[in-house]
Design a protein around this ligand. Structure first.
Ligand SMILES: C[S@@+](CC[C@H](N)C(=O)[O-])C[C@H]1O[C@@H](n2cnc3c(N)ncnc32)[C@H](O)[C@@H]1O
Length: 337
């Protein structure tokens, strides 16, 4: 059992809602920010976007006309909900990783009828608020909300363990990881499943560059605010003095790498202090804050196979913007490459 598992604190919120807090971020935020800013190519992990404000901004982004992924994935889940439920089966323990507002799962709940829903997210207040709203709307459903970092090992809280487990990983969050790390993450997620267990995963597809550019450079500049919020958060939580407006949002499709990159560009030569450490930025120097890899259906299926899964079924929208894959765990820890 790892460190996080020992630190979980359970609070019953109501008779059907339980909150389990593994206290992610506390230990590693400062260390990761200092090391990321010290690198020759400065880099911060996108998991640090999500404090309360960052989660609110992300929810607003999902409503933007340019941001096709959320409405397209929801459309696929709505259209194929029955077929998805037939594959996943009922009365399962449904584990959602990076659950955010728990909006997408609502499309599937009536069809899947899980015995337990377990949303996992790093953004504590947002997770609790979303879980409370969902528990109020589904009073018969047992909800165990887990505040944890899904890139680390953590044991699922004690709740009926005879139930078959299903993992839901929507939003193309897998695209935030370089392919070798995405492979590692899928293998890590396999530890939450029994052999033969299924994962439903949303993956953004390769597409026209202009559509991608618009999605990450919206006219209301909400994505820019979301990106810059990382610096506000560092200022608040790590006693830093970033002049946030002196950094610009920059997002573009890196075709050879098959990914959208988000950066914060220093508009001038400037010095910033973070947790007592001084960092000097040249004009034009960037902090790389996010990658969003785009996959073809075949590329993602190869990745899933390498992680020990069998691709069972894939659904896409008519415009081939987004894909939802059902993959089944063949053998845990097995590398098929
Ligand atoms: C791109 S949003 C997707 C939200 C929602 N699943 C959707 O599809 O719209 C990513 C979500 O994952 C959460 N998240 C990001 N990194 C995480 C991590 N390492 N561990 C747990 N949750 C994480 C964020 O707080 C956020 O709610």
């Amino acid at each position: 059992m790892d460190k996080q598992a020992h630190m979980s604190i359970e609070s019953p919120v109501s008779s059907t809602l339980h909150f389990h807090d593994y206290h992610p971020v506390l230990d590693d935020f400062k260390a990761e920010v200092l090391s990321g800013l010290s690198r020759a190519s400065r880099q911060l992990s996108p998991k640090f976007f999500y404090d309360r404000k960052g989660s609110e901004l992300f929810d607003a982004i999902t409503e933007l006309p340019e941001y096709y992924p959320t409405r397209t994935e929801i459309g696929i889940l709505q259209e194929h909900g029955e077929a998805i439920a037939d594959l996943l089966g009922q009365n399962c323990l449904l584990l959602e990783l990076g659950s955010g507002s728990s909006k997408k799962i609502r499309v599937l709940l009536d069809a899947i009828k899980p015995a337990v829903y377990m949303p996992v997210d790093i953004s504590r207040e947002h997770l609790l608020g979303s879980a409370e709203a969902l528990a109020a709307d589904y009073p018969a459903l047992e909800v165990h909300a887990v505040c944890a970092d899904y890139t680390t090992d953590f044991d699922l809280p004690c709740c009926p363990d005879h139930l078959p487990r299903v993992v839901f990983f929507p939003g193309s969050s897998i695209g935030n990881f370089e392919p070798s790390r995405a492979l590692e993450l899928l293998r890590r997620m396999a530890h939450h499943l029994e052999e033969g267990g299924r994962m439903l995963i949303g993956v953004d597809l390769k597409k026209d560059v202009e559509l991608l550019h618009a999605a990450y450079n919206d006219s209301q500049q909400l994505t820019a605010a979301f990106n810059r919020n990382m610096l506000h958060r560092i200022n608040w939580e790590l006693d830093a003095d970033f002049d946030v407006q002196a950094f610009s949002h920059h997002a573009f499709y890196n075709e050879p790498e098959g990914r959208v990159e988000m950066h914060l560009v220093s508009n001038k030569a400037q010095a910033v202090t973070v947790a007592g450490q001084l960092f000097e930025f040249a004009a034009g120097e960037t902090i790389h804050t996010e990658n969003s890899y785009k996959y073809s259906v075949e590329e993602f299926q190869s990745l899933a196979e390498a992680a020990g899964f069998v691709p069972e079924k894939v659904w896409t929208d008519d415009d081939k913007l987004f894909s939802v894959h059902c993959i089944r765990l063949l053998k845990r820890g097995q590398c098929l490459q």
